[in-house]
Design a protein around this ligand. Structure first.
Ligand code: CAO
Length: 471
């Protein structure tokens, strides 16, 4: 009985502690169903989704920063810890403006604060310990074992702060490759994407969409938000792992679907089937075939001879087959048993798309888009990055934003692709290296000026002097 009471008390204290960090009205003012009274503030003015959540951001390059940038857009206070003098390596990669942080860095680190700490220096460790105590989530994507080598093991962190959620991106989950370092294209290859991308007669291909890095960052963000939600009930943190191989495979799940179908017979919707080419034992590369049940292909449009992006993705969706026949001038195909049903069309897809292409080549991709959408035919223009950058509707929604930066000037970035009616994202510029070091020591850690001087004088927050480096 006494044990039970003590347990209850511990749980209560843990819950109380967790409330201190995430100040959710839901917890403070229960209203029958546990939710607070509906806010009377206008939408967009009642804080942000993650207001009150503080993130210790140990991420670098792309996968981890994608995750923490998203959390920052959703309202979290993201404190990015960087190595003194160097920072996130991407600050100096693919530089286009001399002396300024690269677009690689700025476009992945909006809305964050930066503090420089040598995590292996005893005084640096002292600062980190302080931050661990006041943060809700530690996010990292170091090479396997690097966090432990800094002394920041799960046990150590959890002892300092039992509410802490420790979230990691790694290349692989537990298994034969768990110790490997991984970059984007390694993950695309190991996650099944490359073997299923490209043309049958060509080599495997990687895709420009950063499904390994940014894709895994998104998976991790969802894990973190879920762990924060679970912590509301349990009062304790947990480990969250998103492995890049797993993230890529999750995005390739239709291909694992096809792997199981191929064992039972040919994949009839693949153009390979129509061409009479036998299937092997694993899912082949399918060019521009659609991944679903509605056949599609990329077709040339007017101007394709000189414009590399004058193409359109055309889907011969079954319910609009009649409209397609009328548009391309083949009205007899509507009733001809050789063409009238999806099944009858499967073996002739190549010829059918060639005939549709004769029509699309007489129009620009935007004309095809307009004409087809009027009669509900799903098509997609191949938009170049130039066209996307200039597209007014994307600017209007904040999906493409112009950001001003003190050393590089104005640049374009992708804003938050998730739109929420009561948690509006504003994109603010990425921090300069160590820009918020003093502010964080003073306002977040509440250190005295004496303590701050002591830490600074120890060299834990600044780059080693050149002579010292050489020595
Ligand atoms: N103070 C002191 N040391 C620091 C520090 C700081 N603030 N920040 C980092 N370091 C140290 C680390 O402790 C590590 O040292 P040890 O190897 O001695 O333990 C060292 O910097 C290098 O870290 P790393 O191994 O993570 O970096 P890397 O450039 O060698 O590898 C990468 C990069 C991406 C391959 C590797 O981090 C990785 O595999 N991460 C997981 C998968 C991932 O996220 N990949 C996507 C990257 S984006 O394409």
């Amino acid at each position: 009985m006494a044990k039970k009471k003590a347990k209850k008390a511990t749980a209560k204290t843990a819950a109380k502690k967790s409330r201190k960090v995430v100040k959710l009205a839901a917890v403070k003012k229960p209203n029958g169903n546990g939710l607070p009274k509906a806010s009377t503030k206008p939408y967009g003015q009642a804080g942000k989704a993650l207001t009150g959540v503080r993130i210790l951001d140990f991420t670098h390059v792309q996968s981890g920063p994608t995750c923490t940038q998203l959390l920052a857009w959703l309202g979290a206070d993201v404190i990015k810890v960087e190595r003194p003098g160097v920072g996130d390596i991407t600050r100096g990669q693919l530089v286009d403006v001399k002396g300024a942080d690269s677009l690689y860095f700025t476009m992945l680190n909006h809305n964050k604060r930066s503090i420089t700490i040598d995590s292996k220096h005893p005084q640096g460790k002292r600062v980190l310990d302080g931050l661990i105590k006041v943060c809700d989530v530690l996010v990292e994507n170091f090479a396997p074992g690097a966090l432990d080598r800094m002394g920041l093991t799960w046990d150590y962190i959890h002892k300092l702060n039992p509410r802490m959620i420790v979230a990691s991106v790694k290349g692989f989950g537990p298994g034969p490759y768990e110790d490997c370092k991984v970059y984007e294209n390694v993950a695309q290859c190991a996650g099944g994407s490359a073997s299923t991308t490209g043309f049958r007669e060509g080599p495997p291909l990687v895709t420009g969409a950063q499904i390994g890095d940014s894709g895994t960052g998104l998976h991790l963000a969802l894990g973190i938000v879920s762990a924060l939600y679970q912590r509301m009930r349990t009062g304790r943190g947990q480990k969250v792992l998103a492995a890049m191989q797993d993230g890529v495979l999750n995005l390739c799940r239709v291909k694992l679907r096809d792997q199981q179908r191929i064992e039972k017979g040919p994949l009839t919707e693949y153009s390979q089937y129509g061409e009479g080419i036998p299937f092997g034992s694993s899912v082949p590369r399918a060019g521009n075939d659609s991944g679903g049940g509605q056949p599609g292909w990329i077709l040339k449009c007017k101007g394709w001879e000189t414009d590399p992006d004058a193409y359109i993705y055309f889907i011969t969706q079954a319910p609009v087959w009649q409209a397609i026949c009328d548009l391309i001038g083949e009205p007899t195909w509507k009733t001809d048993p050789e063409y009238a049903t999806p099944r009858a069309r499967l073996p002739k897809l190549k010829a059918i798309f060639a005939r549709i292409e004769q029509w699309t080549m007489t129009k620009t991709k935007f004309e095809v888009m307009e004409i087809c959408n009027k009669v509900d035919i799903p098509v997609g223009p191949i938009l170049s990055m130039k066209e996307i950058a200039e597209e007014p509707s994307l600017r209007k929604t904040g999906t493409v934003v112009e950001v001003d930066h003190p050393t590089r000037g104005k640049y374009l970035s992708v804003g938050n692709p998730i739109k929420m009616s009561d948690s509006i994202s504003e994109v603010t510029r990425s921090p300069l290296l160590g820009e918020h070091t003093d502010e964080i020591l003073k306002d977040v850690l509440k250190l005295s000026s004496k303590d701050i001087s002591e830490i600074k004088n120890s060299g834990a927050l600044s780059a080693p002097k050149k002579e010292e480096k050489a020595a």
